[in-house]
Ligand binder design. Structure first.
Ligand SMILES: [Zn+2]
Length: 146
């Protein structure tokens, strides 16, 4: 790993060793595989409305059943990555699918949100933090450090 990719990896995971790279790569491969439809471990859908406690979030994932759904408020967020934005569709999908414990165990938690909080986590925390998968994934796609 070199350049911006290495910088983004160490910013998010604090280390750049083979063992950590493998753990992270395996998790993104699982996320990518389920998005390609290689397995039946995720069900991704949208809801016509999100009321009550569902209104506090834009998307939700049931870690055990592998169901992710998006709320109508997500329509206000960018569909494509052009800059680091916490609530872009690609970023939120990476975040949400990392919660799916059917893809890898343990499913990620919501320990920290956004680039500043995520970068304060230890390696062990970052590996298990959903928004780190959002921020690092965007960093790789945009060749920067989000
Ligand atoms: Zn989350």
């Amino acid at each position: 790993m070199a350049g911006k990719n290495k910088e983004a990896f160490t910013a998010n995971f604090k280390v750049d060793d083979a063992a950590t790279r493998k753990v992270i790569a395996d998790r993104y491969f699982a996320i990518a595989g389920t998005l390609r439809g290689d397995d039946a471990k995720s069900i991704i859908s949208s809801r016509a409305e999100c009321t009550g406690y569902l209104a506090i979030g834009a998307a939700w994932t049931g870690p055990a059943d592998g169901t992710t759904f998006f709320c109508p408020i997500m329509k206000k967020n960018p569909e494509k990555l052009s800059k680091c934005v916490r609530m872009s569709w690609p970023g939120v999908i990476m975040h949400e699918l990392s919660h799916n414990a059917r893809l890898f165990k343990p499913g990620a938690l919501d320990t920290a949100q956004g680039p500043a909080e995520c970068k304060r986590l230890s390696t062990a925390q970052a590996i298990k933090n959903a928004d780190t998968f959002n921020m690092f994934g965007q960093s790789m796609a945009l060749n920067t450090v989000c």
